[in-house]
Ligand binder design. Structure first.
Ligand SMILES: Cc1cc2nc3c(=O)[nH]c(=O)nc-3n(C[C@H](O)[C@H](O)[C@H](O)COP(=O)(O)OP(=O)(O)OC[C@H]3O[C@@H](n4cnc5c(N)ncnc54)[C@H](O)[C@@H]3O)c2cc1C
Ligand code: FES
Length: 280
């Protein structure tokens, strides 16, 4: 059992939890994830390990309530326990000293997922810029913690309530226009955003590593549900990624596979609401 030692609401339906998981905390590195299961009958879900404290034996997760399991997770309070936390899973992000700037582009929960990678590139001696996207200012998360580890943090909001009005791709274009010597881009968030950024950087030959969030069932390379096509070859995101060359990912296939369990997810959510008194 893994005790929740801290729970914090970031914005509507988005939470940070600090969870006791000493074995995971001891070994995890930037770019890795865990699979958690709340109770015996629960499904396993993958979440990024956004931060960790090796001495305290805790890890931090940031999650959005979007279905039955994440809604259930959000009902747990400090002192409650999660049955299984398995990890660290996936390969750590490849971190190196670049000859120019590293740009992490984050959207939604991807902002928290990109944080440890941005921090690792900073620790490796790089100039690091974070570009964060949100629909509106009230939906932006993790800005302050990224400011603490980046040389610059730039924000795009769809409604212009904060930062640049527009999309993260507009901010990236602005960085290129001002002559920023970008050597690697790391988009993490909604697949459509990662696809657009990868298409932008392809003709410019800027290395673009994406952190893929394909649907996972076991998280250990056994079931095949997370498969994607990269450079024409079938790859399993959980065991061979989660980072891949964004220029080589078959994005349309990946996005259509994300919807493959839509009916089952709807049923699971309806069942959860029926058992727990309707939508929260
Ligand atoms: C490596 C990895 C890291 C992730 N890290 C985070 C994170 O740090 N924070 C966070 O909020 N979410 C993260 N996700 C997504 C998270 O796993 C899903 O939101 C979760 O599984 C949804 O479960 P549910 O039962 O609440 O919703 P469901 O009803 O199962 O799904 C609702 C919606 O989420 C999508 N979805 C379902 N399962 C997955 C899945 N396994 N992966 C991706 N999308 C899915 C579906 O397309 C569906 O539209 C990550 C996914 C992966 C693969
Ligand atoms: S989640 Fe089963 S093979 Fe990757």
């Amino acid at each position: 059992m893994h005790r929740i030692v801290e729970k914090r609401k970031l914005i509507e339906r988005t939470w940070q939890m600090r969870v006791e998981a000493p074995l995971v905390a001891r070994k995890c590195m930037a770019g890795q994830f865990l699979m958690l299961r709340i109770h015996e009958e629960g499904e396993r879900i993958p979440l990024t390990i956004a931060d960790w404290d090796r001495e305290a034996g805790t890890i931090d997760i940031y999650f959005q309530e979007i279905g039955a399991t994440t809604e259930h997770l959000a009902t747990l309070e400090e002192g409650d326990a999660i049955l299984d936390v398995v990890g660290p899973l996936g390969n750590p992000s490849h971190v190196e000293k670049l000859d120019g700037t590293f740009v992490m582009v984050g959207g939604g929960f991807g902002i928290a997922a990109g944080y440890p990678v941005a921090r690792a590139f900073k620790e490796a001696g790089n100039r690091v810029i974070a570009v964060l996207g949100a629909k509106t200012r009230g939906l932006l998360i993790c800005e302050d913690m990224l400011k603490a580890v980046c040389d610059e943090v730039l924000v795009a909001t769809n409604d212009g309530s904060y930062g640049v009005q527009g999309l993260v791709s507009d901010v990236l274009e602005g960085l290129l226009d001002r002559g920023e010597d970008i050597r690697q881009v790391f988009p993490v968030g909604p697949p459509i955003m990662m696809k657009v950024i990868s298409q932008m950087t392809l003709p410019l030959k800027i290395k673009t590593v994406v952190s893929l969030n394909s649907v996972m069932v076991d998280g250990t390379g056994m079931c095949g549900s997370c498969r994607v096509t990269v450079a024409g070859k079938t790859r399993f995101v959980c065991s061979e990624g989660i980072d891949f060359n964004g220029h080589e990912v078959d994005w349309d296939e990946m996005m259509s596979r994300q919807k493959m369990y839509g009916r089952q997810e709807q049923e699971a959510l309806a069942h959860y609401h029926a058992c727990h008194g309707g939508s929260r």
